[in-house]
Design a protein around this ligand. Structure first.
Ligand code: AHR
Length: 512
């Protein structure tokens, strides 16, 4: 769509100016017992494409193509009323329960052991959340003993009897979920939660000292308690935890300009939490490095509660909830959020796109037919190559575009990140054009690199920024080749309006 005047962006990237090595865990995702995320999503024993474990093979294929590295489970809000013991043991003996978080019936046909088996099949690292809403320390300790202790205790031998002879060896654990949110079952104030998280974490470490613990930060940066919550919780836990979580969902409420500037809000969120970590370290004298686990992030239209209300008092098993269909604009915002994560990879060391399949997911698993990719699949799959590389500082000098973010000040029309591997010479530049009506000429000065050659460039865009994929047209929106060139060490391209762009380059590291 080109109705406005051409914009300009000048970018400089230099191999000597780095942010940090990019942790693989930045490319995690999230599967919750919610709607058709588990049942009908990753697990569907009756589907013709499922394997002997009931895992949908078409979904497994797309999960690997997406490149997900970790998967957080089993919630989300669900975890705060969940008893993990209901989901282990012979399936026929597992209880059926009400899930008050999503007003659904939980059959418990899928639980901890199935999740770990699925993670192995998907080649992803499990990230487990314990219930600190209604269960507490004892349940967390028993779950850990069941999962990680090799053998010789009742719980570890129970796991072995259930078919998992080897310990699950799960090292990444979340101490509850969104405990600051009044909607959370068992919600508590920051001091109470901080004390519970500290006591739970210390006891869990006594069982397994390898654990990496994530304490709950704020559910979003619009919470009344935002920043105070982080300060109070970290004051209780800083010497014990490895991460504090951030959660953030953006939505297009009709103001496309503002929506496309969401990455700026994400930058500010991360900067504020990062400053709060620094404040608590200074105030307590702690020397421990606590990172951010941005373990729920995405675009989401938040219609869940309307959907539940529309179903009245019905209690259904795996009802279709939060099945957002994503547009090109949504994918550009997802790309912008990825750029924000990459540019903060010194402090954000883990992240989870929420969620993975059917439920606000980049993958849709229809009841009949093959799984397919939403628009948001593409920026994630493109950016995933950055895992293990080094994020470079990206200096962007760009025209502004209007936005209602903050006081309505203009934001740069382009956001960008770069990932570099000095051993192989692989260099990738990721960028979004936030303009709703005009392309932007982008010049990326790479002259500090020796012998830069273009490998491939592609973009995700469409004449209609609200276009998306559907069951009938699963490939309506897909990446296309983007004309680009490297001239005298400068990468030149024209980024279409409302677009995600990725450019892969090769630097001659052997000839230097
Ligand atoms: O991802 C959907 C929900 O959003 C999660 O259950 C909850 O943690 C958050 O509010």
């Amino acid at each position: 769509m080109t109705t406005g005047h051409l914009r300009r962006a000048a970018i400089v990237v230099h191999p000597a100016y780095t942010v940090a090595d990019i942790d693989r865990r930045l490319f995690g995702s999230f599967v919750e017992h919610l709607g058709r995320g588990v049942y009908g999503g990753i697990f569907d024993p009756h589907h013709p494409l499922s394997d002997g474990n009931g895992f949908r093979r078409d979904v497994l294929d797309l999960v690997q193509e997406l490149g997900v590295t970790t998967v957080r489970y089993p919630g989300g809000n669900f975890v705060s009323a969940y008893d993990w013991r209901d989901g282990v043991g012979p399936r026929a003996e597992r209880p059926t329960r009400l899930d008050p978080a999503w007003h659904s019936v939980e059959t418990n046909a899928f639980g901890l052991d199935e999740f770990v088996a699925w993670c192995r099949a998907a080649h992803v690292e499990p990230m487990l959340a314990v219930n600190l809403g209604t269960a507490g320390i004892r349940s967390a300790l028993q779950q850990l003993e069941y999962a990680n202790h090799p053998s010789g205790t009742t719980l570890s031998d129970e796991r072995r009897a259930n078919g998992a002879d080897e310990p699950h060896d799960i090292t990444l654990w979340c101490l509850g979920n969104e405990m600051d949110g009044p909607w959370q079952i068992g919600h508590m104030d920051a001091i109470a939660y901080g004390k519970l998280a500290a006591a739970t974490g210390a006891a869990m470490r006594a069982i397994d000292p390898r654990l990496e613990l994530v304490v709950c930060g704020s559910s979003n940066d619009r919470m009344d308690t935002f920043a105070t919550w982080e300060r109070e919780v970290l004051t209780q836990t800083i010497d014990l935890v490895d991460y504090i979580s951030c959660h953030q969902y953006f939505r297009n409420d009709g103001d496309l300009d503002a929506f496309l500037a969401s990455g700026v809000a994400m930058d500010r969120f991360i900067d504020t939490v990062s400053a709060t970590i620094a404040h608590v370290k200074a105030a307590t004298g702690s020397t421990r490095d606590v990172a951010i686990s941005f373990d729920e992030w995405n675009v989401w239209d938040y219609v869940a509660h309307d959907e539940i209300a529309a179903r009245g008092l019905a209690w259904d098993t795996a009802p279709a909830l939060l099945e957002d269909r994503y547009t090109v604009a949504d994918a550009v915002v997802v790309g912008d959020m990825l750029i924000s994560l990459l540019n903060h990879s010194d402090v954000v060391r883990a992240a989870s796109l929420a969620q993975l399949v059917n439920v606000i997911g980049p993958i849709v698993a229809p009841e009949e037919g093959d799984a397919w990719r939403q628009t948001t699949f593409w920026p994630f799959a493109d950016a995933r190559v950055a895992a293990g590389r080094t994020a470079l500082r990206v200096a962007v000098e760009a025209d502004g575009c209007t936005s209602a973010i903050g006081a309505g000040e203009p934001v740069p029309v382009v956001a960008a990140a770069a990932a570099w591997d000095e051993r192989t010479g692989k260099l990738s530049v990721f960028l979004v054009n936030r303009s709703i009506d005009a392309p932007t000429t982008v010049r990326v000065d790479l002259s500090a690199f020796v012998g830069v050659a273009l490998v491939a460039a592609r973009t995700l865009t469409h004449d209609d920024p609200l276009a998306g994929n559907t069951d009938d047209q699963p490939n309506r929106v897909a990446p296309a080749e983007l004309p680009a060139a490297v001239v005298d060490g400068v990468l030149e391209l024209l980024a279409p309006a409302v677009s995600w762009c990725v450019v892969h380059l090769m630097v001659d590291v052997h000839g230097r």
